[in-house]
Design a protein around this ligand. Structure first.
Ligand code: GDP
Ligand code: IMO
Ligand code: MG
Length: 423
């Protein structure tokens, strides 16, 4: 059996949570492979809404096992809050979640370092979610980190204190006031809560599932344009958000990857700093924000909005080996008379369809205009009912990108999903 991967092709918030929840119905195992509580994955079903941060989005599906992979960074306090909220709805979380021993722990002082670093950057700040993501991955690659498996060791408290003291030394360079002990007790209590879960050798579990002929759906967080290597550095997150990250973050060999579902919104959003060639600073941008309810699921910050960017999508498709596209939120464009799509760039005056290395380059999008469909798509349940103008938009995108759009999402609810070819 193979691991199919769902990942975002833009700057995150494409709707991964919704789609994983929909697809999880036909996968016995779901695995998160990177990121941490910087993610906010929204699920809507049966009149309820949940925002998941660390827990994979298959948790509401009966009989699905949800693995938090080694590539994830986990904050015990946030994890506990999240699980208690899910548990309150009657979901047996401990039966459905496995946590890799090799996933790294976010300490209270990682969050403080994140805040101190951002404050020191002034206007050049990344716009981090302040969840301690960057500092935790820094300790991972710097070989200082603490892992989930370590909480079971007798000397865990000492190891925690050693790392905390290292952080206090590190923080001396910043003019930043903090109380390192403020959340320590709550954090230690949440670690005790964590111990009530199945803490496993994730890579062995995942490969055993595959050998037992169980399909796995890997759930990405963030998006390809926020990838530590390929995103608009330094305005990126600190993990590998591309398909290769699924191999590293779950412990599966590249040959075991099957389908790669690339998710994109029918327009673009970005939260935090960094380049955004098609960004709209006008009323149209505001309309996209209001109609798409583009406010961060984790931080509540307004998301920046703009037109669809095909050169950026092509780049993401190339990096991930996307086999099927999933188009989200086209319903947000329902009232637009004209819709624009960037088909190329002028970078410092020269035409190209490559995403430039230089994060600060002057990028001017080259647009193609489409006539809007001006119809409510949220009630459409069959492919055949989709308006001509909308299908024109979809076919153009497929042709330009060279990958079929397999699923079209027309609203936040599970049911507002059209799988093409299934009419
Ligand atoms: P994720 O981080 O990729 O899981 O995405 P988020 O949950 O952060 O953001 C996507 C937002 O769009 C959420 O509020 C979803 O409920 C909502 N959403 C998902 N799909 C659709 C859709 O097709 N149409 C509309 N209007 N909203 C959607
Ligand atoms: P999901 O999984 C959108 C952005 C932050 C910031 C940058 C670095 O919900 O799509 P970090 O806290 O990771 O150090 O922040 O990355 N960012 C996201 N933007 N969706 C996310 O996750 C994001 N996770 C991080 O806004 O610009
Ligand atoms: Mg999100």
């Amino acid at each position: 059996m193979k691991v199919d991967v769902v990942l975002g092709l833009q700057w995150g918030d494409e709707g991964k949570g919704k789609i994983v929840d929909v697809l999880a119905n036909s996968y016995p195992v779901i695995g998160r492979f990177q990121g941490g509580p910087n993610a906010g994955h929204s699920l809507h079903f049966e009149g309820k809404k949940f925002v998941l941060h660390t827990v994979p989005s298959g948790v509401f599906r009966k009989n699905a096992i949800n693995i938090i992979g080694n590539g994830v960074v986990l904050d015990p306090i946030i994890f506990r809050e999240e699980c208690q909220e899910i548990e309150a709805t009657g979901v047996p979380v401990r039966e459905r979640i496995l946590i890799s021993k090799k996933a790294h722990l976010i300490l209270p002082t990682h969050r403080i370092i994140d805040a101190a670093q951002e404050a020191s950057k002034g206007k050049g700040k990344i716009g981090s979610t302040l969840k301690g993501i960057g500092p935790t991955y820094m300790d991972k690659t710097g070989r200082n980190g603490l892992r989930i498996g370590d909480i079971l060791a007798d000397d865990f408290a000492d190891r925690f204190a050693t790392l905390k003291n290292k952080h206090k030394d590190y923080l001396k360079q910043y003019d930043f006031s903090y109380n390192a002990e403020e959340n320590e007790q709550a954090w230690m209590e949440a670690v005790e809560y964590l111990k009530t879960f199945k803490i496993v050798d994730g890579e062995y579990e995942v490969n055993k599932f595959l050998n037992d002929n169980k399909r796995i759906l890997a759930e990405g967080a963030q998006g390809s344009l926020l990838d530590i290597d390929f995103g608009s550095y330094p305005f990126v997150t600190s993990s590998s958000t591309t398909c290769a990250g699924a191999c590293i973050g779950l412990g599966v060999a590249p040959g075991k990857i099957g389908k790669v579902y690339g998710i994109f919104k029918a327009y673009c959003t970005r939260v935090g700093s960094g380049p955004f060639p098609t960004e709209l600073h006008c009323e149209t941008g505001e309309l996209l924000r209001q109609k798409g309810f583009e406010f961060g699921a984790t931080t509540g910050r307004p998301r920046r909005t703009g037109w669809l960017d095909l050169p950026a999508l092509k780049y993401a498709i190339m990096l991930n080996g996307v086999t099927e596209l999933i188009m989200m939120k086209a319903d947000v464009l329902d009232t637009f008379e004209t819709i624009k799509v960037a088909i190329g760039y002028k970078v410092n005056g020269v035409e190209t369809d490559h995403v430039p290395f230089d994060t600060y380059a002057q990028v001017e999008p080259i647009y193609k205009e489409f006539k809007g469909w001006c119809k409510d798509l949220t009630q459409v349940t069959k492919e055949i009912e989709l308006p001509y103008e909308f299908m024109d938009y979809v076919r153009f995108i497929e042709k330009e990108l060279g990958v079929p759009v397999k699923i079209i999402s027309l609203g936040p609810d599970r049911k507002q999903t059209i799988v093409r070819g299934e009419d």
